[in-house]
Write a protein that binds this ligand. Structure first.
Ligand code: ADP
Length: 318
């Protein structure tokens, strides 16, 4: 049985590095893709995890598979194809250290996963099944993802969803909001940022937005608030959980670490338990998730700075 499995995008992020004296500009290649990051954080805390996706049969594809396996993620559902290249993303850092991305993605491997390629044995044996809206934009990944989600639900998994708004991946905001909204009806556990909550509901007030999201399907709504922490709502219990005061240097992957740590704690439960979770229990779960997200901001890159259980417990004891 897998505690958490996920389907979705997996790619290489090329990040600019300090130029060596006398050399031209250089990049470092890092594994990217939100669903895989969520699994790595879950695995680091002891969850059994598995990833479903597609990479090219090329150096980047082998690098990604090796990296996921080295981080404890089962890759029997990661398809390697000879007919398409691995997806690549180029990160631009502005003067303030904020990031934007350009993608080499059209007809790339992770956009081409088909229904016939999904690892049924993984999906049927997952306690939590996680997906994002990037996979809902175009065929064939849209049908593939929705089929996987339906099969996971039928097999008794809790469905977890992160719309993961990345403006540059969609032609316009309308298409983005449509893809993000599409996933809501399938979700039991939803994670959104404040901006996503506003885009999805048109509500400026956070609590009203969370209530509207709850009405659209999910039983547990989680809103991440950056350095301010997070908010939860499950139909009865609601609350703000403050972030830890830490010296953040790079926020890449903080939301994924937060969600990986939250799903790790929820995975022993089943969907019927979610509406009965009390404020005190949720506060404790979210405190650890905030610790995971916060600690991830204290180092560069997503995966290298995701914490293990000892670091989270030590921070939560303070
Ligand atoms: P996303 O927008 O990707 O969902 P956030 O940037 O809100 O993610 O970060 C996720 C979580 O990580 C937050 O809820 C918070 O607990 C923690 N976090 C993020 N930024 C900071 C920070 N500057 N200081 C402390 N904790 C942070």
């Amino acid at each position: 049985m897998y505690d958490i499995s996920a389907i979705g995008e997996v790619l290489i992020d090329f990040t600019p590095m300090e130029t060596e004296a006398g050399m031209g500009p250089s990049f470092s290649a890092n594994p990217g893709g939100a669903p895989a990051n969520v699994l790595v954080q879950g695995a680091r805390l002891g969850s059994k995890t598995a990833f479903l996706g597609k990479v090219g049969q090329d150096a980047f594809g082998h690098f990604l598979k090796q990296n996921l396996e080295d981080n404890g993620v089962d890759c029997q559902g990661l398809v390697m194809t000879e007919t398409a290249p691995t997806t690549l993303a180029f990160v631009h850092l502005d003067d303030r250290g904020d990031r934007s991305f350009s993608f080499y993605r059209r007809q790339c491997a992770d956009t081409l996963l088909t229904k016939g390629e999904i690892a049924m044995s993984v999906i049927k044996n997952s306690r939590v099944f996680h997906f994002g809206s990037v996979s809902l934009t175009d065929e064939p990944t849209r049908s593939t993802t929705l089929t996987a989600v339906a099969l996971a639900r039928y097999s008794g998994a809790m469905i977890s969803y992160d719309p993961n708004y990345r403006p540059l991946l969609w032609a316009n905001e309308q298409q983005a909001v449509k893809a993000m909204r599409d996933g809501l009806a399938y979700a039991d556990i939803l994670k959104v940022s404040e901006e996503e909550a506003r885009l999805l509901t048109g509500e400026a007030d956070l609590e009203r937005a969370a209530a509207a999201l709850y009405e659209a399907g999910p039983t547990l709504v989680c809103v991440t608030l950056g350095h301010q922490g997070a908010y939860f709502f499950n139909g009865s219990a609601k609350g703000y959980v403050p972030a830890f005061s830490l010296a953040a240097v790079d926020t890449t992957g903080a939301g994924d670490a937060f969600f990986g740590a939250l799903l790790h704690q929820l995975s022993p439960m089943c969907v019927e338990d979610l509406p009965y979770l009390k404020e005190k229990e949720l506060m404790a779960f979210f405190r650890r998730a905030n610790a995971a997200g916060g600690l991830t901001t204290t180092g560069y890159g997503a995966i290298p700075s995701m914490p293990g259980p000892e670091a989270i417990e030590a921070l939560c004891r303070k």
